[in-house]
Design a protein around this ligand. Structure first.
Ligand code: NAD
Length: 258
């Protein structure tokens, strides 16, 4: 498997899963734009992961149309095109539905769904011009199942499945594939932040949140790792045909079995 000279954009790549995907793509020979809301972390990550200049940091709030256009334009002006988009940036908001502020609902959908739409729309013309491309969305087991306290997240992650299927259909004549990776719980800052919040909302200890809520349905009580998800992303990015398009790949230690 190799991604030699593939021009990749990974959003939310200054942390967690996105960072691991960027690192794996670089190992496989790709050039990777580390696109993140946190501009200084994006540049720092690019310096750390790609000291030979194959990684660049890009400021991008994926929910901001102008920033997405400018960020993708920067990558295209530097490298001449885009071959792979990993739309991965995400946030979590934990709240019972009846207490959730409308602004919080809209904020989460903006990052996950507007972000996926805007980055896809900005990259597709370059992929169509190349005559090939891969679009990969970071969904979740929450693209398949629901959990308490996560209404906007579950809604957004289900929505990505629909978007991927449309991109698969419309992209096919241009040899552009679109797929969704659905991770189980991965120990990243996004998850670390929600453990105490869930413990408070559910009235249980943090240890119980991990054992009885997050990992209860897995086959082995294990977290999925960032490296596991990076490996799935590399597989999808390097897959040679459209046999694999419009699909979702669940990597969750058996939490969800299709
Ligand atoms: P993380 O908090 O470690 O990293 C998220 C990154 O996204 C951060 O660098 C942050 O600055 C960036 N970001 C946030 N809002 C942004 C915006 N508007 N524009 C651009 N960048 C933005 O989180 P993570 O766990 O690595 O999550 C990455 C993706 O994986 C998310 O889509 C998340 O929903 C998904 N996911 C995570 C888990 C998990 O258990 N950690 C499981 C399933 C899916």
């Amino acid at each position: 498997m190799e991604l030699q000279d593939q021009r990749c954009i990974v959003t939310g790549a200054a942390s967690g899963i996105g960072r691991a995907i960027a690192a794996r793509f670089l190992q496989l020979g790709a050039r990777v734009a580390i696109a993140d809301l946190d501009e200084s972390a994006a540049h720092k990550t690019a310096d750390e992961l790609g000291p030979d200049g194959r990684a660049i940091g890009v400021r991008m709030d994926v929910s901001d149309e102008e920033q997405v256009s400018a960020g993708v334009a920067k990558v295209v002006s530097q490298w001449g095109g885009v071959d792979v988009l990993v739309s991965n940036a995400g946030i979590q908001i934990i709240s019972p539905l009846e207490e959730l502020a409308f602004a919080q609902w809209k904020k989460l959908l903006a990052v996950h769904l507007d972000g996926a739409f805007l980055t896809t729309r900005a990259c597709l013309p370059h992929m169509y011009a190349n005559g090939h491309g891969k679009v990969i969305y970071t969904g979740s087991v929450h693209s398949k199942v629901a959990s308490h306290l996560k209404a906007p997240y579950v809604t957004a992650k289900h929505g990505l499945l629909g978007l991927a299927k449309v991109v698969a259909l419309e992209g096919a004549p241009h040899h552009v594939a679109a797929n969704v990776i659905c991770p189980g719980f991965v120990r990243t800052p996004l998850v670390d932040r929600q453990i105490p919040e869930q413990a408070k909302d559910l009235g249980i200890s943090e240890k119980e949140v991990v054992r009885d809520v997050m990992l209860r349905e897995t086959v082995d009580g294990e977290f999925t790792s960032t490296d596991d998800i990076a490996e799935v992303a590399a597989f999808l990015a390097a897959f040679p045909s459209l046999a694999l398009t419009g699909q979702s790949v669940v990597a969750s230690h058996g939490w969800f079995m299709a």
